[in-house]
Design a protein around this ligand. Structure first.
Ligand code: ZN
Length: 198
């Protein structure tokens, strides 16, 4: 398992991978799942362990819909200065929470909260998870309005980009609405939605 940070979508040409951080968050995650199903998009959900413990049924829905999972730490701490031992304990605790929700779950990826990687990539790789970065972030945490998110996504997408979005950490209804609007536009422009390359 490589410790280099993956930020590339699978396949050549106009491919893009959608990734969603900070959930599960029932209000927006469940609506997002409906949108992704409508547009036949498989995505990656980077889960926070505390959220998983609060909403395990939502994790089961994510897995049942065929999406891939990642570890986004227990409590969204900035791990920049953490020792490898402390990081490992947190990442293991998060994976255990995910597996209590879905015993058969495979946790393929890890993404550091705030992209503050510190010593996390090597620890994640040693635990069998690929560090997953991104090439495009659209500031949906602001949130800037659905029209602006749509504009940022359509203007910012590049071939092979992993895109960072959020379904948790606050009201993410704009993110959900933006994906619903952007998906058919990109498809019409011959983009394909794929999972990350690793
Ligand atoms: Zn996050």
């Amino acid at each position: 398992m490589g410790a280099d940070i993956l930020d590339t979508a699978r396949g050549g040409g106009r491919t893009v991978s959608l990734t969603f951080d900070d959930g599960p968050n029932p209000a927006d995650t469940l609506r997002l799942l409906t949108v992704l199903r409508r547009h036949r998009i498989a995505a990656v959900f980077l889960l926070c362990g505390g959220q998983v413990e609060a909403h395990p049924e939502v994790v089961r829905r994510i897995v049942a819909d065929g999406h891939h999972l990642g570890n986004h730490s227990m409590h969204h701490d900035d791990m920049t200065t953490w020792s490898a031992e402390r990081i490992e304990a947190d990442l293991r605790e998060t994976n255990e929470a995910i597996r209590r929700a879905v015993p058969s779950a495979r946790v393929r990826y890890f993404r550091a909260p705030y992209g503050a990687w510190g010593a996390t990539p090597a620890v994640a790789a040693a635990l069998g998870m690929r560090p997953l970065g991104w090439r495009l972030a659209v500031g949906d945490w602001e949130p800037p309005g659905t029209d602006e998110l749509v504009r940022r996504l359509l203007d910012g997408v590049t071939p092979g980009a992993v895109v960072l979005l959020h379904d948790g950490g606050g009201d993410r209804s704009q993110s959900v609405a933006a994906v619903d609007r952007v998906a058919p536009v990109l498809r019409a422009r011959r983009w394909r939605f794929t999972l990350p390359a690793g």
